[in-house]
Ligand binder design. Structure first.
Ligand code: 15L
Length: 248
């Protein structure tokens, strides 16, 4: 997103727990190294900020203590830092795994599908959405939780032909989340306009998102999945299978 969200009237303050390349010559970027669990650091990082896009945390299943600390408490720290600094808008990276046990045979997965997490990680995304709703209702922040499908350069398996969010469309969706007038609290699907998509794009489109990519161009490179497999049955795919604590 670093290059894709660059804009002439914008300074990106990029925060990560790991090391990031310093700002290149002429690049309007500030680099901060900190953990989303560090309240003081997050308070400082949110100073003078117009909007936060919170993508930090574990991106796959982890033991409960780690999920609780980084993904759930970390999201609270981010929202609290935003509130303390008067940041008006927060975009939160939720995931399809918040509703991973939704059965594909039930039809298109609508916006605001009731939570059915498939992992502790999925539970953390349900909690993230709940915290976002709390901060929107309590403090009037605009908060948009994006239930991201699979954001990679290209789909890696047959399931991702449905769940793929191209990095370019991801940037388009974030721009819509940043610019939609007074959205309040929303939950939207983060997917490209894939021919094989199972997810609604109604709420994302209502924000102004205009997806341009379709995973179908990669379909010939991806083997078909077994119609009896978990990958075929549930939105969360294979994540619905292994023991909790175990990354797929
Ligand atoms: C996610 O939420 C993960 O962060 C990512 O690693 C992918 O596995 C994706 O879901 C997916 O379901 O494909």
């Amino acid at each position: 997103m670093r290059t894709r969200l660059a804009a002439p009237d914008r300074v990106l303050r990029l925060l990560d727990i790991g090391e990031q390349p310093p700002a290149a010559e002429g690049e309007a970027v500030e680099v901060v190294r900190a953990s989303v669990t560090d309240q003081a650091a997050m308070d400082a990082a949110c100073e003078g900020v117009d909007a936060v896009i919170h993508l930090g945390g574990h991106s796959v299943e982890r033991p409960w203590a780690q999920v609780l600390d980084v993904n759930i408490n970390g999201t609270h720290v981010v929202l609290e830092a935003a509130r303390r600094n008067g940041v008006r808008r927060v975009v939160l990276a939720s995931s399809n795994h918040a509703v991973g046990f939704y059965e594909r045979s039930s039809g298109e997965a609508g916006d605001y599908l009731f939570p059915q997490p498939d992992t502790y990680y999925g539970v953390s995304k349900v909690a993230l959405e709940a915290l976002g709703s709390l901060y929107a209702n309590r403090y009037g922040l605009d908060v948009i939780a994006v239930r991201i499908g699979s954001c990679f350069e290209r789909p890696r398996d047959a399931r991702m032909l449905a769940t793929w969010l191209s990095p370019d469309d991801c940037a388009r969706l974030f721009e819509a989340c940043l610019s939609a007038p007074s959205p309040g609290f929303r939950v939207v699907w983060g997917v490209s306009d894939n021919t094989r998509r199972w997810f609604s794009l109604d709420e994302a489109r209502a924000l102004g998102y205009q997806p341009k990519d379709d995973s179908e161009v990669f379909a010939a490179d991806v083997p078909e999945d077994d119609p009896e497999s978990l990958a075929h049955k549930y939105v969360g795919g294979m994540w619905c299978g292994p023991a909790l604590d175990t990354a797929v």
